[in-house]
Write a protein that binds this ligand. Structure first.
Ligand code: NAD
Length: 353
C-alpha cells in the first residue's frame, strides 16, 4: 500500500524521519509492502509552489492508501489568497475526515501526577467552531467593524450522528463507556442537537453506559480522576482542547497519537503542533507521530482486512510500551535520548521483537 508522508514544519522533519524508519522496518518485518511517498506541505510548499498545499498534492494523496501529516505552523498561515491554507483543515475537509481519534494513556515509567488511565477522545473534525470548516466558500468568522467580530459555529445532525457512531463503535472495542462532553446549558440549540443525536445513536448500543459532562466541569473531572473515563465524544473545538489536556496529563503532549478518519480515507497526524520552541534541537518526542502512524496501519488493516497490518499496529504499540519502560525515550517523558537516538533504539527493538 502507498502512504504519503508529509514532514510539516518545526519539529516535523525530525519526528517524521523517525516515523519513516519505523514504517520501513515494520514493513520489512511483516511483509506489508509499504511504499512511502515523500511530499511537502506548509512553509516548504509555500516557498516552492506559492501555496502551503496544492491540488496536485491532493490528487497524490487520493491515489494513495493513507497519509501521515506532520505538524504544521498553522498560526503563520493567515491569508488563503496568498496560498496560506491550513493543511490540516485542507485534508480534513477535502477528504471528509470527520472523526479525530485521540487516545491518551499513562505508562508506569513516565512521570505523571495522575492515577493510571487509558482513554480516548473522539472529536468531530469537519464543523463546529472552526471558521475555515463551516462554509462552502469564504470563512465563518466575520469582521463586522474594526472593533466587532463574529465567529459562527455550525453543528449539523449529519455530523453529530456520524461522530456519535464512531464513538460508540470504538467504545464497543473498549470498556463500553461513552461520555458526552458539551455546553448544552448555554449552547442550547447546537449542543442540544449534539446530545439528541448521541442519544439516538446510543439506542443501537444498549450495552454501552452513557454519561455526560458540561465541558468546563469536564476539565476538572479529567484532571481529578482521568481513570473514570474511557471513550469521550465531543464537538470540534472542545475535543481539540480536551485532547491536548489528556495527552499532557499522560506525561507529554509529545505522546499524543491522533488519527483523522472518514469513510474512505484516513490521515495519521501528531496531536501536537510544530513546537517552534524546540525545533532543530533533536529533543522532540517522536512517539506522537509513531502512534499516529500505527493507528493508520490499524485503520488500513480493518478496512482491507489485512491481518499483517493489524499485527504491525500491535507490534508498534508493544514496542512503544517496552521503549518507555526501558526509558529509551526523550527528556520530556523522563529519558535522556535525543529524537534520532530514540528512533534508532526503537527501530532496533522492532527488528528483534
Ligand atoms: P505546540 O503543540 O506546537 O507546542 C506546545 C508545547 O508542547 C510546546 O512547549 C512544545 O515544545 C511542546 N511539544 C509539542 N510537541 C512536542 C513533542 N513532540 N515533544 C516534546 N514537546 C512537544 O503548540 P504551539 O506552540 O501553540 O503551536 C505551534 C504551531 O503549531 C502554531 O503555528 C500552531 O498553530 C500549530 N499547531 C499545529 C497543529 C497541527 O498541525 N495539527 C496542532 C496544534 C498547533
Amino acid at each position: 500500500m502507498k502512504i504519503v508522508m508529509i514532514p510539516g514544519d518545526g519539529i516535523g522533519p525530525e519526528t517524521m524521519t523517525v516515523c519513516s524508519d519505523v514504517l520501513t522496518t515494520i514493513s520489512e518485518k511483516l511483509d506489508l509492502h509499504l511504499e512511502l511517498i515523500h511530499e511537502i506541505a506548509g512553509h516548504d510548499s509555500l516557498k516552492k509552489y506559492g501555496s502551503t498545499v496544492t491540488e496536485q498534492l491532493l490528487a497524490t494523496v487520493k491515489a494513495a492508501d493513507g497519509l501521515i501529516l506532520g505538524p504544521m505552523a498553522t498560526y503563520d498561515f493567515k491569508d488563503e489568497t496568498k496560498g496560506e491554507i491550513n493543511p490540516s483543515k485542507f485534508f480534513r475537509k477535502k477528504l471528509d475526515l470527520y472523526a479525530n481519534i485521540r487516545p491518551a494513556r499513562t505508562y508506569p515509567k513516565v512521570p505523571t501526577k495522575m492515577n493510571p488511565f487509558d482513554l480516548v477522545v473522539v472529536r468531530e473534525n469537519t464543523e463546529g467552531f472552526y471558521a475555515d470548516r463551516n462554509v462552502e466558500s469564504g470563512n465563518s468568522e466575520i469582521l463586522v467593524t474594526p472593533d466587532v467580530g463574529i465567529s459562527l459555529r455550525r453543528i449539523t445532525r449529519e455530523c453529530c450522528i456520524r461522530i456519535a457512531k464512531s464513538a460508540f463503535e470504538l467504545a464497543m472495542t473498549r470498556k463500553k463507556h461513552v461520555t458526552l462532553v458539551h455546553k448544552a446549558n448555554v449552547l442550547k440549540i447546537t449542543d442540544g442537537l449534539f446530545l439528541d443525536c448521541c442519544a439516538e445513536v446510543a439506542k443501537s448500543y444498549p450495552e454501552v453506559t452513557v454519561d455526560d459532562h458540561i465541558v468546563d466541569a469536564m476539565m476538572a473531572h479529567v484532571v481529578r480522576n482521568p481513570e473514570r473515563f474511557d471513550t469521550i465524544v465531543t464537538t470540534n473545538m472542545f475535543g481539540d482542547i480536551l485532547s491536548d489536556l489528556t495527552a499532557e496529563l499522560s506525561g507529554s503532549l509529545g505522546l499524543g497519537g491522533s488519527l483523522n478518519a472518514g469513510d474512505h480515507y484516513a490521515m495519521g497526524q501528531a496531536a501536537h503542533g510544530s513546537a517552534p520552541d524546540i525545533a532543530g534541537q533533536d529533543i522532540a518526542n517522536p512517539f506522537s507521530i509513531i502512534t499516529s502512524a500505527s493507528m493508520l496501519l490499524n485503520w488500513l488493516g480493518q478496512k482491507y482486512q489485512q491481518p499483517n497490518y493489524l499485527q504491525a499496529a500491535k507490534y508498534i504499540a508493544r514496542a512503544t510500551e517496552q521503549a518507555i519502560d526501558a526509558l529509551e525515550v526523550t527528556r520530556d517523558i523522563g529519558g535522556q535520548l535525543g529524537t534520532k537516538a530514540t528512533g534508532d533504539c526503537f527501530v532496533r527493538r522492532l527488528r528483534t521483537m
